[in-house]
Design a protein around this ligand. Structure first.
Ligand code: PLP
Length: 421
């Protein structure tokens, strides 16, 4: 069942680094693999935190994207999770890549991805990075202000520029338009400046905010993009690319669902960009592809009992557990996006349903009080050495994590079902 998009008809596994990939027997799930790892760790006295990453999940997400948005080619946002195996899997599936810097472009080119499959989608670029893109034939890049145009005119005359417009992303987890994106009213002047500098402009991009919660943001942004297309055309530009950004969650509990976003996007595209031949449409999804593929398992390195007086004057039992990864590692995005902090840990061992529950704080391992993952979550009494599991940890986790206090990044075990090969 090779998808028509699969690059050169290559099987994903032929490109994947097999040294760090476990092929799961039919009937064995990634969750079972993780539980087995925990059992082995307990038996062998190992405590290091680790991830299990199910590459089959990423493949499923890709099929779903192609089914729901057949007119849109995904350019995966490398910043979200740039592990080799993820990038290799996506390259093999035939996605393009959204890169934010010379480092990301380099990573993607080294995998053999053609420069034409890269969009350099950081509107504000350092000159040395622009020169690198020019030297390597990466031409599609975004801009949202005059200063960028002057740099492009000087250092990348062959660039194919995409004008990033602001969106209404107030409801999103990360309202990117507070930093990037020209207002529709500014676009004519910007396009005139580009014309005077002899710069090619090929289209419009936007981002409705990472963790977008409002389908209407896409309708409005697509309508605005059409307006800017018309301005560009009047100035003599052949506008031929629309980039609808990213923003979709990859967590199945998130609402609206990807299908609900896709419905609205398809309708708006049909209304404002009905002609397939005239305009190529791309997207820059990050979270969507990787969030649910990664699960992290952490070890309780210290259990502490805290005695506290409740409102009734009676003391109540409460626990603090220190885990071996935290806010400065896997969970920085959770810290930055406050709303996501309602993390729901799963437990590495079974408890009876009638087990008494206690308010529990879960902390990361660094010596700061900021490093808190879960506040007063009701859990059964756990012990030092027990395991705690957090699913949906693939987005902005590994790529953002630090080694603050000398704690290493958890190792990733990549798995793929034999049926998913
Ligand atoms: N494109 C651009 C320009 C971005 O800044 C981001 C995220 O910050 C993305 C794509 C990916 O967004 P998401 O992970 O929400 O899909």
């Amino acid at each position: 069942d090779i998808h028509p998009d699969t690059r050169n008809g290559l099987h994903p596994v032929t490109l994947l680094n097999r040294n760090n990939l476990t092929l799961l027997d039919t009937g064995t799930s990634a969750e079972q693999f993780l539980q087995q790892k925990i059992s082995n760790n307990i038996a062998q006295g190992h405590q290091d935190a680790f991830y299990v990453a199910d590459l089959g999940d990423i493949k499923q997400k890709h099929w779903r994207f192609m089914k729901e948005l057949p007119r849109v080619k995904p350019f995966y946002a490398v910043k979200c999770n740039s592990t080799n195996e993820v990038l290799q899997m996506l390259a093999t599936l035939g996605t393009g890549f959204d890169c934010a810097s010379m480092g990301e472009i380099d990573m993607v080119l080294r995998m053999g991805v053609p420069a034409a499959d890269i969009v350099y989608a950081n509107p504000c670029k350092q000159v040395s990075h622009i020169k690198y893109a020019a030297a390597h034939g990466v031409c599609k890049m975004t801009f949202d202000c005059e200063a960028e145009l002057f740099k492009i005119a000087a250092f990348h005359p062959k660039a194919e520029m995409i004008l990033r417009i602001a969106t209404d992303d107030r409801d999103a987890w990360c309202a990117l338009s507070s930093k990037y994106g020209a207002l529709v009213e500014q676009c004519e002047d910007l396009l005139k400046t580009a014309k005077n500098l002899n710069i090619q402009v090929i289209g419009v991009s936007f981002h409705t905010g990472s963790g977008c919660k409002n389908t209407h943001s896409f309708c409005k942004a697509i309508e605005d993009a059409r307006k800017v297309f018309e301005i560009g055309k009047k100035l003599g530009y052949q506008m031929r690319l629309l980039d609808i950004g990213g923003g979709f969650s990859g967590n199945s509990e998130f609402r609206p669902t990807f299908e609900e976003f896709a419905d609205v996007i398809r309708q708006s595209l049909n209304q404002y960009f009905p002609n397939n031949k005239e305009v190529e449409i791309i997207s820059e999804p990050g979270r969507y592809y990787v969030e649910s593929a990664f699960t992290v398992a952490l070890n309780i390195i210290t259990k502490k009992e805290v005695y506290e007086k409740g409102a009734d004057g009676n003391s109540r039992r409460k626990f603090s557990y220190i885990l071996n990864d935290g806010v400065y590692g896997t969970f920085l995005d959770f810290y930055l996006v406050k709303e996501k902090q309602k993390l729901k840990p799963l437990l590495g061992k079974d408890f009876a349903t009638e087990q008494e529950l206690f308010p529990s704080n879960l902390w990361g391992p660094t010596c700061t009080n900021v490093d808190k993952l879960v506040n007063e979550f009701y859990l059964p009494e756990l012990e030092t050495g027990d395991w705690v599991i957090f699913p949906n940890m693939g987005a902005y986790s590994i790529s953002m994590s630090t080694t603050f206090n000398g704690f290493p990044q958890p190792k990733v075990y990549f798995v793929l079902s034999k049926g998913d090969e």
